[in-house]
Ligand binder design. Structure first.
Ligand code: SF4
Ligand code: SF4
Length: 378
């Protein structure tokens, strides 16, 4: 499995998908993480089908291909796998993936975004049995799941299902789990746990949904003598420096990005232990003395329906971490009610509930200033 994996959720249609896949394969990216649910328009137009066209002519043995279904309650959709909750439904979805990708077997078949006890129950109500039978028949080589759940949940599911060979978790240097004080700490428990048992780990959100791109003045002095280092370089090299991480997924759809990412991964490689420590320390320094939002969501009942954790993220990403990619997002935030900082009526309810004692209203006012600054005027 290549250290850089191709995530397929950002394809801009069939033509873009095929072009992206072929460029990736030429550059040595051999892991493609697909799902019929990505880009689904019809049984013929979806990421699985596009992967099928993209890999035509390539030596199948050299490719590592996965697809997935989401086990959950609700009306079953066997065509796109969102969701599937019966034995028959899962078998149908597996057969659809094999047919659309045009392959006799899938290297991995995953439960998609396993995140709650309800989803786990749904998976155990038939879908997992179908996946295991398909594995016994050689149609699937390995099982696994993707998840945004907590370390403890992920480890618990792995303990109960020792035949899982791969987990894909949302992880990047920016979204590391927070410790109870709300400061960034090395909480990579599930990754380390899996690694110790020979379970592969992929990362999704390796570039934090495109936020870790470009140059940040806040990070410019992390590596002396490398003032031009980009956020994407730091992000990939940080992940590769973790021995528990097998592959970093990136939702690619532009040739320039594919070439740049592949170059970072193949030519620059992981951060050394020393670089990694310097990096983590620099990150701590940046947040020292700053009260950080932990995303706990205790403030969720804003009377104006504001998504306060997101507003706090915009503040942090702009003022503390100086991520250039956030500017454009801030510029469009007033078009979404939940992100519109001007909706705040300064009632103060959120501040009373915030365990971090954040000056939420003051930060929202700062976000208002930023919204003005970056708003696009036609
Ligand atoms: S102070 Fe503003 S953000 Fe906080 S709960 Fe009131 S309206 Fe919502
Ligand atoms: S309660 Fe405070 S720390 Fe928790 S999400 Fe809201 S703003 Fe962030």
């Amino acid at each position: 499995m290549s250290a850089l994996g191709l995530g397929t959720m950002r394809f801009k249609g069939r033509e873009n998908a095929v072009e992206t896949i072929r460029r990736c394969l030429k550059l040595g990216v051999n892991f493609i993480e697909s799902a019929a649910g990505y880009g689904y328009e019809s049984p013929e137009e979806n990421a699985d089908a596009w992967v099928g066209e993209g890999i035509k002519g390539w030596d199948r043995e050299k490719l590592v291909i996965s697809s997935k279904i989401q086990a959950n309650l609700g009306d079953e959709n066997r065509d796109n796998g969102l969701p599937v909750n019966t034995y028959d439904g899962a078998w149908q979805a597996i057969e659809n993936s094999l047919t659309r990708i045009g392959t006799d077997y899938l290297d991995f078949y995953l439960l998609w975004s396993l995140g709650s006890d309800q989803m786990y129950e749904a998976a155990n109500n038939g879908p997992l049995q179908a996946m295991r039978e398909a594995k016994d028949q050689g149609l699937i080589k390995h099982l696994g799941f993707t998840s945004h759940a907590s370390n403890d949940k992920i480890i618990g599911w792995l303990q109960e299902n020792p035949d899982m060979d791969l987990i894909i978790v949302y992880y990047n240097f920016f979204s590391r789990e927070l410790d109870e004080q709300g400061t960034y700490g090395p909480f990579e428990k599930a990754i380390a746990w899996a690694h110790e048992r020979g379970i592969g780990v992929g990362t999704m959100g390796s570039l934090y949904g495109g936020m870790l791109t470009g140059h940040s003045p806040a990070f410019a002095n992390v590596f002396p003598g490398q003032p031009d280092i980009t956020l994407q370089e730091m992000a990939f090299r940080f992940l590769l420096g973790n021995p528990g991480i097998t592959t970093c997924l990136s939702g690619l759809n532009e040739i320039a990005h594919i070439e740049e990412d592949a170059k970072i991964v193949t030519e620059l490689g992981p951060m050394s232990d020393e670089e990694g420590l310097a990096f983590v320390e620099a990150f701590r320094e940046m947040t020292k003395g700053e009260k950080m939002c932990t995303g706990c969501n205790y403030c969720k009942d804003c009377p104006e329906g504001l998504s306060i954790p997101w507003l706090m993220q915009f503040y942090q990403q702009h003022d503390i971490f100086q991520l250039p990619a956030v500017n454009e997002r801030i510029g469009t935030m007033t078009t979404t009610e939940a992100y519109d900082p001007y909706r705040c009526i300064e009632c103060g309810q959120c501040e009373e509930k915030c365990p971090q004692d954040l000056p939420i209203i003051e930060r929202i006012k700062r976000v208002q200033e930023l919204a003005d600054l970056y708003r696009k005027t036609d």
